[in-house]
Write a protein that binds this ligand. Structure first.
Ligand code: ZN
Ligand code: FE
Ligand code: FE
Length: 303
């Protein structure tokens, strides 16, 4: 019995709907996945096709993907911290929750927001107020607030998330998504993951972890950058990532890769090959693949 819940970001294409996501995940031998319901940087969204969604659920059942482990990522143009975007962000997040309900999805990952020209405190207050407008008793979706790298005025360290969760009225609708690249860049020492979990438990509570984004980082700890790297190619030791991925406390939590695509060769910049089949394999093998990039190029160039 496979018990590691692992998958990656996949793309949601309008013509295929949720079926396309499931098929892409299966091509990586994943047993879960994460998707944006449209382009992450814009708000163009097509209507959800019920028939395709039903077929996608049949396919998931047949292939052993538990839909409860599938994750949706809210578009990152939503900024609940900035009153300038308030009406738009609140409306769009509400619509996104409706789309999750229509798709039968239970977890929606959200970047808390950036305070831009305000202060940290006012930014946090705005997030709390906006979430109070958005969350309803009836909704079946949990909003997973993501831990952020702290790039610019971005909110999302453990203290920020604690403040938000302590002040939002419908706290039981909120969870947290841990992102290993973001945590590293924010300054947390993932090499001592149990100490991190202790801090997390004191501030937020371990039962609140709803998703883990598994990414290596291009930058050193504490640099506040947020640039994801392929597993084993960045600054986070492979062993450290394995410790997190296989941590018993997180056994029931979906692990999602958001690592960059790979270019066809060293001379081109264009990233065209998904790394996930091979990254998932090296995680399951628990053995670092020093040939990861060349294996990926070799495999995809054939077709
Ligand atoms: Zn994110
Ligand atoms: Fe992430
Ligand atoms: Fe990121």
């Amino acid at each position: 019995m496979e018990n590691l819940i692992i998958g990656s970001h996949v793309s949601y294409k309008k013509d295929m709907g949720l079926i396309g996501c499931v098929e892409e995940a299966l091509s990586y031998q994943a047993n879960t996945f994460m998707f944006y319901t449209g382009a992450p940087q814009n708000t163009m969204r097509s209507a959800i096709d019920e028939e395709k969604t039903k077929k996608a659920f049949d396919l998931m059942k047949e292939q052993g993907i538990n839909p409860e482990h599938v994750v949706v990522h809210a578009p990152y143009i939503i900024n609940l911290a900035n009153p300038k975007n308030h009406d738009f962000s609140v409306r769009f997040l509400k619509e996104e929750i409706d789309r999750c309900e229509q798709l039968g999805m239970k977890k929606l990952v959200l970047h808390p927001g950036s305070y831009v020209k305000l202060t940290r405190e006012i930014g946090l207050e705005n997030i709390v107020n906006s979430l109070n407008e958005v969350l309803t008793e009836e909704m079946n979706v949990s909003i997973c607030l993501e831990t952020m790298a702290g790039k610019g005025t971005e909110l999302g360290n453990l203290d920020d998330l604690k403040y938000i969760m302590d002040h939002v009225l419908l706290k039981d609708k909120l969870m947290v998504c841990l992102d290993t690249c973001h945590l590293n860049d924010a300054g947390y020492d993932l090499n001592d993951f149990d100490t991190f979990l202790e801090e997390f438990d004191q501030k937020i509570g371990l039962n609140k972890i709803g998703c883990v984004h598994v990414n290596d980082s291009k930058n050193e700890r504490g640099t506040h950058k947020d640039r994801h790297e392929n597993i084993g190619y960045g600054t986070i030791p492979f062993e450290t990532l394995l410790t997190i991925i296989y941590h018993p406390i997180l056994a029931h939590v979906p692990k999602i890769l958001e690592t960059p695509y790979v270019s066809a060769n060293d001379d081109t910049k264009e990233k065209i090959y998904p790394p996930y089949l091979f990254e998932i394999k090296q995680i399951r093998d628990k053995k670092k693949n020093t040939q990861l990039i060349s294996d990926i190029r070799e495999f995809y160039k054939k077709d």
